[in-house]
Design a protein around this ligand. Structure first.
Ligand SMILES: [Fe+2]
Length: 447
């Protein structure tokens, strides 16, 4: 097996410490009472999230024959869905088993952290890092990042139920300005030429196994929205009777609209003629120029039909984000290959805790001129989540067994950690889900 260098161990150690620290920053303001509540069967308790990601590191340690020892705690409830680790507590039951207790979870986190750092020290000393081990450690870091975002979905879902606007999650770091000046934007579409496009991750650093192999796909010419669809645009769909007209809806979506009485995105409530939402900024009027979020695939698809457009395939989305016609190559982010920062995208470490108005990140635009493709809101695509031709699993049961009945979302949200996202990243949810921070932008065929 190919050896990798000790500088990789340093990087992995730093990434590990960073990701653990960010989780602590998110978890710290949560009281014990709130930490053991499961708000919805879709989600988990905050306590479970932070214990489960630690359990995942434990599994990596065990895979490499590290003895966890008698000090460890009962981790029976922490297996999410891995059949190979046998006993699984059904997801919907997590809130009924607040074990380990919060204090035990925090002790468990420290214990495994210490062991993991020792493990990394030994690898460094023995110069025994392998490519497979690098992947497993990066996977465990990335896994914890995914749970940071899931935890934030759960906090939004849980706290919005309390009528008192102040009874809320109060983030330890909150950089969201009180008022934002309306950036002047032109909400058009940009043209993307057709032809062969190589879909997938093209670099040698970390990506999930479901982002490769790259493979050719043919695209007809199309145009794509410069920005994600905004709340104001979505309100026009509502005002036009979009939720009451079967012609815009897929059959399954129409059934849910009627059964659940959907008339707006999740969390919206109408008071005295205005739409409001309680989120991490309190109870406020819906901000018209922010990307619409917490919509299901069905709502995104219905809006697109109403607007005379359609949702992009994931290849169309990725080409609009990645392809640079001058360089004749793909970039890792819409703006190029530099890592995300405050200048180009609204992500977790921006600590805005909400999508930003369209036009807020002109420096983050893609070669073709699309803006806010990364950060703010995940964007539904019309593509089914299937594994790419030639797929080879690098960690069984992580990405592979979910390739059924789910739609691909691209681009990350305001709650996605910066080190997690890139143009080729594929998220996936069932089409009725509205708890993720999911929005969309539309395309139109150029015939
Ligand atoms: Fe997990």
């Amino acid at each position: 097996m190919t050896q990798v260098t000790t500088s990789d161990v340093n990087r992995l150690r730093l990434d590990f410490l960073n990701v653990r620290n960010t989780t602590s920053i998110i978890f710290e303001p949560i009281s014990i009472e709130d930490a053991v509540m499961q708000s919805d069967p879709f989600g988990s308790t905050p306590n479970w999230h932070i214990a489960h990601v630690t359990w995942f590191f434990q599994k990596i340690l065990e895979k490499y024959k590290q003895n966890i020892g008698a000090d460890s705690i009962n981790t029976d409830y922490l297996n999410s869905y891995y059949q190979r680790y046998r006993k699984i507590l059904p997801k919907s039951e997590r809130g009924k088993f607040p074990r380990p207790k919060v204090s035990e979870t925090l002790k468990y986190r420290s214990l495994i952290e210490e062991m993991f750092l020792k493990f990394l020290d030994n690898i460094e000393r023995n110069n025994s890092l392998t490519r497979n081990l690098v992947y497993d450690i990066e996977l465990a870091n990335q896994h914890e990042m995914q749970h940071q975002e899931l935890l934030i979905y759960d906090l939004q879902h849980y706290f919005q139920r309390f009528d008192d606007a102040e009874d809320n999650y109060h983030p330890k770091i909150n950089k969201r300005p009180n008022s934002i000046d309306n950036p002047v934007v032109e909400q058009g579409m940009v043209k993307i030429p057709g032809g062969l496009y190589e879909l997938g991750f093209s670099r040698s650093d970390f990506c999930y196994d479901n982002e490769v192999p790259e493979h050719k796909t043919y695209l007809n010419a199309y145009e794509i929205d410069t920005y994600p669809v905004t709340n104001k645009q979505f309100m026009a769909f509502i005002d036009a009777g979009g939720y009451e007209d079967y012609r815009f809806w897929l059959s399954d979506g129409w059934d849910i609209v009627n059964e659940k009485k959907w008339d707006s995105p999740l969390y919206w409530q109408k008071m005295e003629g205005y739409w409001y939402k309680k989120d991490f900024g309190g109870l406020n009027k819906i901000s018209p120029d922010e990307p619409a979020t917490n919509v299901s695939y069905y709502e995104a698809d219905a809006y697109s039909k109403w607007a005379g457009k359609r949702l992009p395939t994931e290849a169309e989305w990725e080409k609009a984000a990645s392809w640079n016609e001058d360089l004749k190559k793909k970039t890792n982010y819409p703006w190029g290959d530099e890592l995300p920062s405050d200048h180009n995208a609204n992500m977790l470490e921006s600590w805005n805790w909400a999508p930003c108005q369209i036009g807020s990140y002109p420096q983050g635009k893609s070669y073709y001129g699309c803006q806010q493709m990364l950060g703010d809101v995940w964007e539904w695509t019309s593509s089914e989540y299937v594994l790419y031709p030639g797929f080879r699993s690098k960690f069984s049961e992580y990405t592979d067994k979910w390739a059924i009945n789910q739609k691909v979302l691209r681009g990350g949200s305001f709650a996605t950690p910066r080190s997690q996202i890139r143009n080729s990243y594929r998220n996936y949810f069932k089409p009725h889900e509205r708890i993720p921070f999911s929005g969309f932008r539309c395309v139109r065929d150029l015939l």
